[in-house]
Design a protein around this ligand. Structure first.
Ligand code: OOB
Length: 537
């Protein structure tokens, strides 16, 4: 083993846990000094022959473990150093797992982006992370990621390596990289393991650096709350690069206990139900609109879903009426999960009374999670009153990566993350999410940053002022409405969509509704009054 002596440049702009809390998390056993790569290694030692990944390309734990090592050697053979960042953008395919563990074992930091991200997001994230590589699949549906990669590489010169799963086109076939070598770096469990992408509170997405220690705890403690065992089969229904299906408990929690993981690239009832039946899936996680769709689809889909024991629903608020439908329709336990890529996770527990499971978004995962509910002045509200949720703990970041100015607003001086979520806390500790103070539209579980969208809209030659707000929608929870003040002729919705798509904006961020306004209402201090816009412009 080589010590990880090379560069520590990846720590520039990283906000570490302060020494005091870090020592406490270690001595209390929340941080176990294990790397994510070791998590897989330990399971492979215990259960070499058990199935790790299901599907046409199924793999046992021993096979996956060896493959992850070979991948790691491949990244080293390309000269990708420990601490370097590589943007990963893969669909939900089994290869996601060996690629992830290969990078982790090489000490390379994956920047986990979603398949729906487009030029605007990927370029920004590649530039911000100074990525040296970009790993994509050749195509998904009618979208060609190699074309996107060419654009990204042209715009961000640090991206030296484009590795493609499938037909590489002008780039390098991921599977052609030589995979021999004799040593892999020693990994410091306190160091950055991977980077998640924030839902985006203001402007473009932020990078969330998670350490091995904190993320191993995130995954294993979540597995415990879900009573996950080696008999479980987890279906990755949401995009694998998102925190929820990745580690809550998701793919990593399942691997920690020796269960099996299956994948679907698309969550339609037809597709997902077939995967549940074929793989005898026991647990999966979805956003509320998908849960609603599945509950309705049992009426017309024939599939046998009897293996499913737990459906986790989170990412956006699940209405109580919809929560009540889940168990009768799917004959599986419902678990509400209120989490964030920044860290804090809340779960309803498997033995919670039905009332709490239906009407709350769960309680914190860890006894070491610190929660405050505060008013606009930052003072604690009375018990049961609504306020903003602030949190810190053993798996919640202390700052976004390379965002010092934003961090001074998003974190309190004593290290709490200001979630922007409005909650009420019940005597049991369960939280009810009642809204948000931050300016984000939650479109079916995908977060759309209003600031970012407005910036793109303002680039249109006819647009003088723009304001994006969420409007209630029966299916998506919220839909994207853009108010425009224009000089001259009002562009049509399809013109605006084409304009934004051309700028590389992801499809899920495109406005669903366009409204013309003569002027935008403002608050007393001159900020755009979004509340007034939502209430009818
Ligand atoms: C999950 O993570 P993110 O980072 O995509 O989004 C976090 C935000 C939260 O701050 C909150 O505004 C909203 O999404 N949210 C919910 C919710 N779960 C997330 N709002 C109401 N009810 C819920 N159950 O979305 C995420 C990460 C890990 C596990 C689950 C979800």
């Amino acid at each position: 083993m080589l010590p990880l002596t090379s560069s520590t440049a990846h720590r520039d702009g990283y906000v570490p846990f302060p020494a005091g809390p870090a020592a406490e998390y270690r001595s209390a056993g929340y941080w176990q000094g294990r790397s994510l790569g070791e998590l897989l290694r330990e399971t492979a030692r215990r259960h070499p022959d058990r199935t790790a990944l299901l599907g046409a390309d199924a793999r046992s734990y021993a096979t996956l473990d060896a493959e992850a090592d070979r991948m790691a050697h491949g990244f080293r053979a390309l000269g990708i150093e420990p601490g370097a960042r590589v943007v990963v953008q893969l669909p939900n395919v089994v290869e996601f797992v060996p690629v992830l563990f290969g990078l982790l074992r090489a000490g390379v930091i994956p920047v986990l982006t979603l398949p729906a991200h487009r030029r605007s997001e990927i370029e920004h994230l590649a530039r911000l992370s100074e990525a040296v590589g970009y790993i994509v699949a050749d195509r998904m549906g009618d979208f060609d990621y190699r074309e996107l990669a060419a654009e990204v590489q042209a715009a961000v010169p640090s991206v030296r390596h484009v590795l493609v799963l499938g037909d590489p086109g002008p780039f390098v076939d991921l599977n052609s990289v030589p995979r021999e070598g004799d040593s892999l770096p020693a990994i410091d469990p306190g160091d950055i393991a991977l980077m998640l992408v924030s839902g985006g509170t203001t402007g473009l997405p932020k990078l969330i650096a998670r350490t091995h220690d904190d993320y191993v705890y995130n995954a294993t403690a979540s597995a415990q709350v879900c009573e996950l065992t080696e008999g479980d089969v987890y279906l990755a229904t949401l995009p694998a690069a998102h925190n929820f299906p990745l580690a809550c408990p998701g793919i990593l929690g399942t691997i920690a206990v020796g269960g099996a993981v299956a994948f679907v690239t698309e969550p339609s009832p037809e597709n997902a139900f077939a995967a549940i039946e074929q793989n005898r899936v026991t647990v999966t996680a979805v956003v509320p609109p998908i849960a609603q769709l599945w509950c309705a689809a049992v009426e017309w889909e024939e599939a046998d879903l009897s293996s499913l024991r737990l459906l986790q629903v989170g990412g956006a608020r699940l209405a109580e009426v919809n929560a009540r439908e889940v168990e009768p329709a799917l004959q599986a336990r419902l678990q509400q999960v209120f989490g964030m890529a920044e860290g804090l996770l809340n779960f309803t527990r498997l033995d919670d009374p039905a009332e709490l499971v239906h009407a709350t978004q769960g309680r914190p995962l860890s006894p070491a999670d610190e929660i405050r509910v505060v008013d606009g002045d930052g003072d604690d509200v009375a018990p049961g009153e609504e306020g903003e949720l602030l949190t810190k703990g053993p798996y919640t970041i202390r700052g976004y990566y390379r965002a010092p100015e934003h961090n001074s607003r998003a974190f309190t001086p004593d290290g709490y993350y200001r979630s922007g979520d409005l909650v009420r806390r019940l005597p049991s500790g369960h939280l009810v999410v009642s809204g948000r103070i931050k300016d984000v539209i939650n479109r079916g579980g995908e977060n759309v940053s209003c600031d970012e969208l407005e910036e793109h809209l303002l680039a249109h030659p006819a647009v003088r002022h723009a304001a994006a707000v969420g409007l209630p929608d029966a299916v998506l929870g919220e839909k994207v409405c853009a108010f425009l003040v224009v000089g001259g002729e009002m562009p049509t919705l399809s013109e605006i969509k084409a304009f934004l798509t051309d700028r590389g904006v992801a499809t899920y961020k495109l406005p669903d509704v366009l409204r013309r306004a003569d002027g935008l209402p403002t608050t007393a201090v001159g900020k755009i009054d979004k509340k007034a816009l939502r209430n009818g412009g």
